[in-house]
Design a protein around this ligand. Sequence first.
Ligand SMILES: Cc1cc2nc3c(=O)[nH]c(=O)nc-3n(C[C@H](O)[C@H](O)[C@H](O)COP(=O)(O)O)c2cc1C
Length: 207
Amino acid sequence: MKILQIDSSALGDASVSRQLTKATVDAWRARYPEAELVYRDLVADAPAHLTAERVAVVKFGKDSELTPVQAEERALIDAIVGEFLSADVVVIGAPMYNFAVPTQLKAWIDRLAQAGRTFRYTETGPVGLAGGRKVIIASSRGGIYTAGLEALDHQETYLRTILGFIGVTDITFVRAEGLSMGPEHRERAVAEGHQQAKASPGLAVAA
Ligand SMILES: Cc1cc2nc3c(=O)[nH]c(=O)nc-3n(C[C@H](O)[C@H](O)[C@H](O)COP(=O)(O)O)c2cc1C
């Protein structure tokens, strides 16, 4: 089994989503000791924002036609798509920043969604090609969005949409919310997140 762990919080050791991705991966490795882990830290090694030069890379066939920036872009896309498609379990740390996901995570998604590789267009609409794996999202947020404020959540709903677009249907959320609502609430939310992380390997895996 292969596990891919992605972190995107800018808060380093103070990050709750980083705690929860680690707890999730630890739980999976305890259950499947032979599991191989691939780790990508999107803050330590941030994908660049897209530019015209970078986006043009998909139009070129030969590596010899690429500028150095485009060669780097192609290698980045290949790595990100390759890591995802070879993983049985993908654990994504996704804090809510300004109602959405951190820009580093968005930049990773911009490389993951590749026509012909993770999805394709057909006469009847787009078809996902990246299903058949489990995705666990460690979601952390300052407020509470599961009890009346669902319409403001462009973080979990966005991730569900884009992952669904590339064919991933097996998505589980390990969640700590209300983290900015006082120490008591925070402590309880983090503990709940850890419980969910610990329980996540109990869910069926298709590998
Ligand atoms: C730049 C920034 C923007 C944030 N925006 C929101 C927000 O829109 N809604 C919210 O509930 N919490 C927001 N928060 C709080 C974070 O979601 C919360 O601190 C969470 O713990 C972040 O996850 P992390 O600890 O893994 O970084 C924001 C935090 C930061 C640093």
